[in-house]
Design a protein around this ligand. Structure first.
Ligand SMILES: [Zn+2]
Length: 351
């Protein structure tokens, strides 16, 4: 049944008829799933038109099963927002990085899930900034969203969050997964989501993971797609840019070799996605080299390869040294809302 949806698009029927048929098939599939409790491995979210967006959120990670959750999300073409606990990030930075690598947005859910309304202002400040630092150091991404544990907040907490550049996000729909909800109850709760709304779910719960294929089938049948949560409005919106990867033409310009420096570094941008892009830097004139590259805030480098990277105190200036992997190194930069800026090569020195 699903092959006819996710397979190659048939050229013949008019668009409206095709769309109606697709919706009908999806609705039937969703009903069948709800009746039988069967899960599907993948749903054709890319095949459905998006009439609106919803924010799927997973709290309290990373956990020991974050990678399993990420596999389910990827298999279902879901991008979600992960409200991470700072202490968990510090204890499992690779899982936090895996969230970003899987296309998820990472956000702040406090340092250790305390009842923050009983804290004073300076305790709130240190809790949230410590969490931001842990997330940023693990993932290269600075959080822009904050969800208070238990949804408990007050005006002091909101103003502290705002002073750290964090938008408070609670939820519109509670999946009740934390409260022992069954898979079908979680699916049913998610069925209440409307355009722009956000649902609370959790990392580390099997029923939640098992519900995702059916949640996605239901959302798709209603023309709703998983979106990002806007840091300015707290509402679910389309992800930055357009989903399909595009290839940008090489636009790099060579640096002028510094006096006595003896190498030239040229940057190209072979891959550009909606929220990130890759930079490839080729060095000529030296086999042992040091290249200094600066990115523009709020962009952040999330991954590097074929070199040894170190950072200045701002986190925006990267020094890359050759490590025997050849003369071309690369890195991925998260746009974080700035899709136009590209890194600048500041210097290339030999040795
Ligand atoms: Zn929580």
């Amino acid at each position: 049944m699903f092959a006819s949806i996710s397979g190659p698009r048939r050229p013949s029927p008019p668009r409206a008829a095709r769309h109606a048929r697709r919706l009908a098939v999806l609705a039937t599939a969703a009903a069948a799933l709800a009746a039988t409790g069967l899960a599907v491995a993948a749903t054709p979210s890319s095949a459905a038109a998006c009439n609106g967006y919803v924010g799927l959120t997973f709290d309290d990670g990373p956990t020991g099963s974050t990678n399993t959750l990420l596999s389910v999300l990827r298999a279902n073409n879901v991008r979600a927002t992960m409200f991470n606990v700072g202490q968990n990030v510090q204890g499992n930075p690779s899982a936090a990085r895996a969230q970003v690598d899987a296309g998820m947005w990472v956000a702040n859910h406090s340092w250790n899930h305390a009842h923050m309304t009983s804290m004073n202002q300076s305790q709130m400040q240190s809790d949230l900034s410590q969490t931001n630092s842990a997330i940023q150091s693990a993932t290269g991404v600075r959080p822009q969203l904050f969800r208070p544990p238990y949804g408990e907040t007050n005006s002091t907490l909101q103003s502290v969050a705002a002073s750290l550049g964090l938008r408070q996000v609670i939820w519109d729909v509670d999946s009740q997964d934390w409260n022992g909800a069954s898979v079908s109850q979680i699916v049913s709760n998610a069925g209440r989501l409307q355009d722009g709304q956000v649902i609370l779910m959790h990392d580390g719960i099997q029923n939640t993971r098992d519900a995702i294929p059916q949640i996605m089938a239901n959302l798709n049948s209603r023309g709703l797609c998983p979106g990002m949560i806007s840091p300015s409005t707290g509402r679910a919106v389309a992800p930055d840019g357009t989903p399909p990867p595009t290839t940008a033409p090489p636009t790099g310009s060579p640096t002028t070799p510094p006096p006595g420096g003896g190498c030239t570094a040229t940057a190209t941008f072979p891959n550009v996605w909606g929220d990130r892009y890759n930079t490839s830097v080729t060095v000529q004139g030296a086999s042992n080299w040091t290249v200094v590259v600066a990115v523009t805030a709020p962009q952040r480098v999330s991954t590097t390869w074929n070199g040894t990277a170190s950072w200045d105190s701002t986190g925006y200036v990267m020094t890359m040294r050759s490590n025997g992997s050849g003369n071309t190194f690369g890195f991925t930069t998260m746009m974080n809302g700035n899709s136009s800026a590209r890194p600048q090569i500041r210097s290339c020195t030999a040795g």
